[in-house]
Ligand binder design. Structure first.
Ligand SMILES: Nc1ncnc2c1ncn2[C@@H]1O[C@H](COP(=O)(O)OP(=O)(O)OP(=O)(O)O)[C@@H](O)[C@H]1O
Length: 269
């Protein structure tokens, strides 16, 4: 089922140099990674989906709603965006108030917002920090607070911008677990990300942006099979994919488990 439809979308900040040119795609329920080198237009694209920027040309529909005609409040219910830099999002005096803020703004009553905030904080492993001032937290914790704030709003579509930056192994595992849980709740999870290992493990579909254009849209395995596309977009395949190729396998492995099973079975070498 199509959740987001993008048709002939173009955008420029200065109305001269196009930052996005003629993007057409359909997003369904599959978890989707957005990759591409710095400046490729990824953040601009998700800001357009959220209605924070207006297209110069083209249409975006979230379900049946045209983003152009929707109010910011109605879009906030449908699309949650976790910014790359948590300081752009955090301003309340306690972690709990911060995480409740968006939910209250959407019209949830205090009790529901409190429950949602508590659950969201547990899901990112920060349940014990609800009375702390967010400014006293580490960058990794602040990022997870900003993730929890959006999760507590319970939108149908959740978009992350670089969720794994500043996360150690445990933080990444927590985010991986959260993403899987959101998928099980039938949310569309999208992320802008430079960490290809994380893409391989968590995202079924991948969009490759290059210089404002959609260079490839496909299953993550198919994208990581395309050396030519990766080269053009200045991307390195995940480490496990590279190792599989160096070992002479024809398959594109996405996880260590797949590589190990390839080694055990002899694979296609
Ligand atoms: N507010 C702005 N005003 C003018 N130009 C901008 C603005 N924001 C981004 N740009 C320019 O638009 C282009 C695309 O930027 P965007 O942030 O969308 O890329 P990106 O793929 O998300 O990059 P990154 O991976 O570095 O976040 C870049 O050339 C950038 O300099």
């Amino acid at each position: 089922m199509s959740l987001i439809q993008v048709k002939n979308l173009s955008f420029s900040y200065d109305k001269k140099r196009p930052v996005l040119a003629d993007i057409t795609l359909d997003l369904d329920g599959r978890s989707t990674a957005i990759v591409g080198q710095n400046g490729a237009g990824k953040t601009t694209f998700v800001k357009l989906l959220k209605g924070l920027l207006k297209p110069d040309f083209g249409e975006i529909h979230i379900g049946k709603t045209s983003v152009k005609e929707a109010t910011v409040a109605s879009l906030a219910r449908k699309v949650g965006l976790v910014f790359q830099n948590p300081d752009e999002q955090i301003f309340k005096g306690t972690v709990r108030d911060e995480v409740m803020f968006g939910a209250l703004n959407l019209g949830q009553d205090k009790e529901t917002a409190e429950t949602r905030a508590r659950e969201a904080l547990e899901r990112v492993g920060l349940g014990h920090l609800s009375e702390t001032n967010p400014q006293d937290l580490s960058l990794s914790e602040k990022k997870r607070v900003s993730i929890a704030s959006v999760v507590a709003m319970d939108p149908e579509i959740i978009i992350f911008d670089e969720p794994t930056i500043a996360q150690d192994h445990a933080g990444k595992e927590q985010i991986k677990h959260l993403i899987r849980g959101l998928q099980e709740q039938n949310k569309l999870v999208m992320t802008i990300i430079h960490d290809m290992d994380f893409v391989a493990e968590c995202f079924e579909r991948t969009l490759v942006f290059n210089e404002g254009k959609l260079l490839m849209d496909g299953l993550t395995r198919d994208v990581f099979s395309r050396q030519d596309v990766l080269h053009q977009a200045h991307l390195e395949p995940p480490s496990v994919t590279q190792l599989g190729k160096k070992l002479g396998f024809a398959e594109t492995f996405l996880t260590v488990k797949e590589l190990v099973s390839g080694l055990r079975n002899g694979g296609n070498r």
